[in-house]
Design a protein around this ligand. Structure first.
Ligand code: ARG
Length: 464
């Protein structure tokens, strides 16, 4: 039996030390509460490593089998909740190795041959990223699917004011508005997948920082683990957390998008706008005000975006001063990363349900969109089509709108009596006209929405 393993609470690195670690050190440096989430990935990495050691002749077949058997026991103990941690388990990696050694004895003590926690941790984190990355992408696509379905159902005569500076600008189809959020999310999916592709590199075999004198086969473990490639440089392999930073950024931008959608939900469901109504299941009440129906999901999407931005900046600050190669600071990568991942997935799922069940008050949206001033651009463009330079047309219509506002006169009367406009231009002020006229490709009107919707549906279909 290897000394300091079975039963005795000793650290895996105890050899160099005459005295055990102080309580305060353990309390400050342990990361088990956070990284126990990497248990399955650590087991996967360890299995590949021990198989490679067997192929390299560093472990006998029987030893490989003993270690693989012990890893299976650890897995089932964890699944059953019977795995017991001991106070010296600094992190999930030491806990698993300790238990494997308890079970497999001397063979277990060979598991760490040619491996450092530095390449072990980075390997587990990359495996985790590959797995969880898919979950986020699927959650983004789930929200996109709902946006496209709601856009398709909204049809050609559901429209609302489009805003610039939060001032009513021109009417837009509801479908167009919903799809605007869809397209932002397509970029998020692209960004996440790009980052996941760059994370798809095996770093097992880099050792502590410099590789090994033992005949390790990093290509073999890379292939065994199904990674796309193997590290080129051992120093880079153990110190690189670009993949964590990149994915955390991609998650942050997802949250920024959700926050912006959330802000619109807050506005549109307010009494002042009254455009959208939340389903009971996706709104909350007030503990004091019985009449309230609150958009808490939307507000928390907005609020939690702040926290995810904080995670990203914290992570980048952790990385910025680190000399090569591994530094214990890197242990601080997991908390922000995991938190951003969890927050983003939960926000996506909640907003997906909200958007699936929100009801649209078509009359309220149309009434807000059909104010005559919403046709101001159309009046100007009507003049342009008849030869007036746009700047002049803009000034003509601008002064009519100003008179309407200042003198309280109905716009249609002013249009009717203006010699440059007159009765022919009046039709432009009819309800629903302005949105119909936004017909250019990618525009907000019914003519343009068909191809846009088809493109969005094709994007989704290509992913399934
Ligand atoms: N829990 C640590 C981490 O996540 C493990 C690595 C410790 N490595 C070391 N050389 N002390 O980074």
């Amino acid at each position: 039996m290897v000394d300091g393993t079975a039963g005795e609470a000793r650290h895996l690195w105890h050899g160099r030390f005459a005295a055990g670690p102080a309580e305060a050190l353990l309390a400050f440096t342990a990361s088990l509460d956070v990284d126990r989430r990497l248990a399955a990935d650590d087991l996967t990495g360890s299995r590949a490593h021990v198989r490679m050691l067997g192929r390299a002749g560093l472990l006998a077949d029987a030893e490989v089998q003993a270690v693989l058997g012990a890893l299976d026991v650890v897995e089932s103990e964890m699944a059953a909740g019977t795995f017991t941690f001991v106070p010296t388990d600094e992190d999930i990696h030491t806990a698993i190795e300790r238990r494997v050694t308890e079970i497999a004895g001397d063979a277990g003590a060979k598991l760490h041959t040619g491996r450092s926690r530095n390449d072990q941790v980075a390997t587990a984190l990359r495996l985790f990223t590959r797995r969880e990355g898919r979950v986020v992408v699927d959650a983004v696509v789930g929200l996109q699917r709902v946006l496209v379905e709601r856009a398709a159902d909204a049809g050609l005569d559901a429209y609302l004011p489009g805003y610039t500076h939060l001032q009513r600008a021109q009417p837009v189809l509801l479908a167009h508005h919903l799809l605007a959020h869809f397209w932002a999310l397509t970029r998020d999916v692209g960004r996440l997948e790009d980052a996941l592709a760059r994370a798809d590199v095996s770093v097992l075999g880099a050792g502590a920082l410099a590789g090994s004198s033992l005949p390790l086969d990093p290509d073999g473990t890379a292939a065994d683990l199904g990674f796309g490639s193997r590290f080129a440089n051992s120093l880079d392999a153990v110190s690189d957390r670009d993949f964590v930073a990149e994915i955390t950024f991609a998650l942050t931008l997802v949250m920024v998008h959700l926050s912006r959608l959330g802000e619109e939900i807050v506005l549109f469901t307010s009494e002042e706008f009254g455009f959208w109504r939340l389903a009971d299941e996706y709104s909350t009440g007030s503990s004091m005000l019985p009449q309230k129906k609150n958009p808490d999901i939307a507000e928390l999407a907005r609020g939690k975006a702040g926290r995810v931005i904080g995670n990203l900046t914290g992570l980048l600050a952790t990385l910025k001063g680190l000399p090569l190669a591994y530094n214990r600071d890197l242990q601080e990568d997991k908390e922000p990363f995991f938190d951003s991942l969890d927050t983003t997935v939960l926000a996506l799922l909640a907003l997906t349900g909200l958007m699936e069940t929100v009801t649209f008050d078509l009359d309220r949206m149309r009434a807000a969109a059909d104010v005559p001033a919403a046709s101001a651009t159309d009046l100007a463009e009507w003049l342009v089509a008849r030869g007036t330079p746009f700047r002049e047309a803009h000034a003509v219509v601008g002064s009519i709108v100003r008179q309407a506002a200042e003198r309280g006169l109905p716009l249609d009367e002013l249009v009717m009596t203006d010699p440059r406009l007159g009765p022919d231009a009046l039709a432009l002020l009819e309800p629903g006209q302005a949105v119909k006229r936004r017909s250019t490709p990618g525009g907000a009107g019914p003519e343009a929405i068909g191809p846009q919707l088809a493109a969005a549906q094709a994007w989704l279909a290509a992913r399934t």
